[in-house]
Structure formats: C-alpha cells, structure tokens
Design a protein around this ligand. Sequence first.
Ligand code: NDP
Length: 272
Amino acid sequence: MMMKKLRNGVHMPQVGLGVYMMTDPEETINAVSEALKVGYRAIDTASYYENEKEVGEAIRTSGIPREELFITTKVWNDEQGYDETLRAFERSLELLGIDYLDLYLTHWPVPDKFIDTYRALERLYEEKLLRVPGVSNHSEKQLTLLESKVNVVPMVNQVECHPYLQQKSVIDFCNEREIALTAWSPLGKGTILQDELIQELAKVYEKTPAQIILRWHLQRDTIIIPKSVTPSRIKENFSLFDFELKEEDMERISKLDRDGRIGHDPDSYDFL
Ligand code: NDP
C-alpha cells in the first residue's frame, strides 16, 4: 500500500474509503467491511455523515489491530468552538468505539470559530488523543489566518479536487508548508467517468475510467478517499498499483481543468 509521510512523521495511507452519503446502516457496515477485506486501512467519516457508529462496528468486527488502521473524522459546523470541539471529539470517539483518533479535521472554516476549533485540535494532539491535526475546505486565505494564530500548522487539508477542479494554487500553497492534500470527490462524484479523454485512456491502459482518474491523483502525490458501496468498485478503486500513467497522459488530464466545482467554495460558503 502507498503511504504518505506527513510533516510529523506519521504515515497516512494514500487511498482510503470515503463514507459520505452512506445512510443505510447495513450498507455502511458492508461497505467498510468489504474495503478492509480487500486491503484498505483508512476510512474517512465525519460526525455530519451520521455513520460513525457503523464505521466503528465494521472496524471492530474486522479484527484488524487498531494500530494498523487510519481513522479520520471531522467536527461539524454546529459543533465548533474550543470547548464544543473537545466535546464533539469525545462523542465521535465514543460512537467509533476507539480511544484515539488518527486524523481530526475542522470540516468547514466557520467564521469566528475555526481558529478556536483548531486550537482544540492542537490540545487533543498535545494530549496524544489525536495523531494528526488537520482541516478541510480551508482556502489559502483561511490557512494564512490560521497559521498566524496557532503553534502547530495543520498537517492535512481536505478539499474538493478532481480533473475538473485541480486546485493547483491551493496545492502549491500547501506544499510550501508540508500540508498534505486529500482530494474529496476524487471522481467528481462519478461525473468525470464519462469524459472522452478519460474513456480513451481507459481503453489504452486497459483499466477502468475510475482507475485512470484515481491513478492521476496518486501520481500528483494526493491522498484520495473515493466512496463506493459497490463491492466490485471498492476493489477496483484500490487496484491502482500495477500501472503508471505516462507523463504525456498526466499532462493531457491536467488540461481538463475547468473550475468545475461541485460543492461549496470555502470563500463564499453560507454558514447560516
Ligand atoms: P466520489 O468522487 O468518491 O464519487 C462517489 C460516486 O462515484 C458514488 O456515486 C459511487 O457509486 C461512484 N463510484 C465510485 N467508484 C466508482 C467506480 N469505480 N466506477 C463507477 N462509479 C464509481 O464522491 P464523494 O463525494 O463521495 O467523495 C468521496 C469522499 O470524500 C466522501 O465519501 C467523503 O468521505 C469525502 N467528502 C468530504 C467532503 C468535505 O467537505 N470534507 C465533501 C464531500 C466528500 P456507488 O457508491 O453507488 O458505487
């Protein structure tokens, strides 16, 4: 498995399973169990997804030692603030049924709160209840403010990223600070699978369109958390290590960039 070494030396699996929109408990347990069976060791959930309990159940029944797993969850917008975040963290640990977390993220930079939220993450990191403090959906503006106020700069930023929204500027900014980038919606929620170039490359490499896109992310050194509840796709999305895209094909995919944002823009998100 490919691991990404973070600034503090912790190794994070470069491919994990995202579990957003897994709302059916049995479906969630089955998907996470299937992922762990085929070799995934990282799971990306959030209190907002309301499935931490099912993720916890699947990891417990897998029998995989806790230290081999890399569990991420996030503090939601209505849980932010210093004390509130400490309590939200407790709730998440309890639901997951674990006694420390690998990666905790501020889900969105709620104005007037995200600095205090992150300070709570710093405390959890100091107390060794958390191995890696990070953020999600933080723009350069928000990261700049944050880094002027905290001691430990986040080690991960999880943002929307896929061939139609390649986030070059955020990635450069994060690279300069050794903030690893995780791509959410790495497949553009499935919308990019039909792209003509992606389809063409899938034929050339004898891989699926999803594998072409996910391999492109890996070769850009990005962490990916594709979501699927379909066993064959869960396996497919993890079978990325037996081929390599040529430099010229990487560049052709880079030309697909088109400001094709699907989710909210952190700089204009309406937090009300
Ligand atoms: P993805 O880009 O991962 O796409 C998921 C969709 O693609 C699903 O409909 C899935 O279908 C389908 N799919 C997955 N693999 C394949 C495949 N091999 N072939 C064909 N179709 C496929 O979108 P997400 O938005 O779910 O993003 C991934 C994860 O990122 C989330 O689960 C979550 O953990 C995280 N995220 C974080 C956000 C944040 O604000 N921090 C926001 C959004 C997501 P099916 O399941 O039916 O197989």
